[in-house]
Design a protein. Sequence first.
Length: 267
Amino acid sequence: MRNLQSSNPALREDVIRGGDWWSDTAAGEAATISGIVNKTGLFAFVLAVAGAGGYALIERNPGMLFPLLILNLVVTLGCFFMIRGSAVRARNFGFVYSTSQGLLLGGFAVMLEGILKSRGAAVPGGLVLQAFVVTVACLGTMLGLYRARILKGGPMFTRVLMVATIGVFATLMISFVLSLFGLNTMIFNLGAEAGSGGFLLGFGVTIGLLILASLWLIIDFRQAEELVNAGAPKETEWYAAFGLIVTIAWIYFESMKLVYYIALTRE
C-alpha cells in the first residue's frame, strides 16, 4: 500500500489504517474520484429532499424552526464524534446529517423569505434557487483554483483555516447563547434595517463566512485526491463524501444569507 499521509487530522495514516474499511470483501477495490462524487451526490439528493420537507413543515408551523435548530446542533456534533475512523458510520450518519441539515435549511429559507415579503422585497427566481446558483458558483470556482494548483490545501493552509474556523465557531456559539437571553450581538440580527450598522455587520460577516466555507472545499478536494492516490479502500469514499456534504451545506446556508442581504439592499 502507498503512503497515506494527509494534512487533515481526521485522515492521518493511523486513522485510515485503523478504520473499519479494511476487510476481506474490500480487497482489490480502491476508492475513485467518481465514487466519491456519486456518494456526495447521494447525500446532496437526500439533503435536497429533506430541504423540501423542512420548507413545507416550517411554512405550516413556523414554531418548529427553533426545535429544528437545536436538533441540528445535536445531530451535527454527534455525527462528527461518531464517524471518526469508520466508513460504515460515515455512510449511515452521513444520511442522518443530510436529513437533519436539509430540514433546517428548508426552514431557514422560509424564515428569510418571510422577512423579505414583510418588507416588500423579492428575489428573482426565489431565494432557494439563487442560493443554489451561488453555491454552484463557489464549488466551480474552488474546483478550478484547486485544479490549477493556485490553492493546494497544504498543511499551513489547513492549519490556518482550522484555527479561523474554530474561532468563528466559538464566536457564533457565544453570540447564539447570548441571543437566547435577549442580548443582541448583531451577528444574528437578520431583521436589521438595510444600511444600519447591524445590517452592514451581518452582510460583512456573511461574506467572510461564505469565503471561509468555500476555502474548506480545497481541503476536501485534497483529501479526496490523497485517498485515491494512496489506493485507500473503496469504503473510504463515504468518509470523503461526508466531509464534502458538510462543506456544501455550510456554503448553501451562507449563500441564502448573502442572497437575503442583497435583496434587502434593493428594497
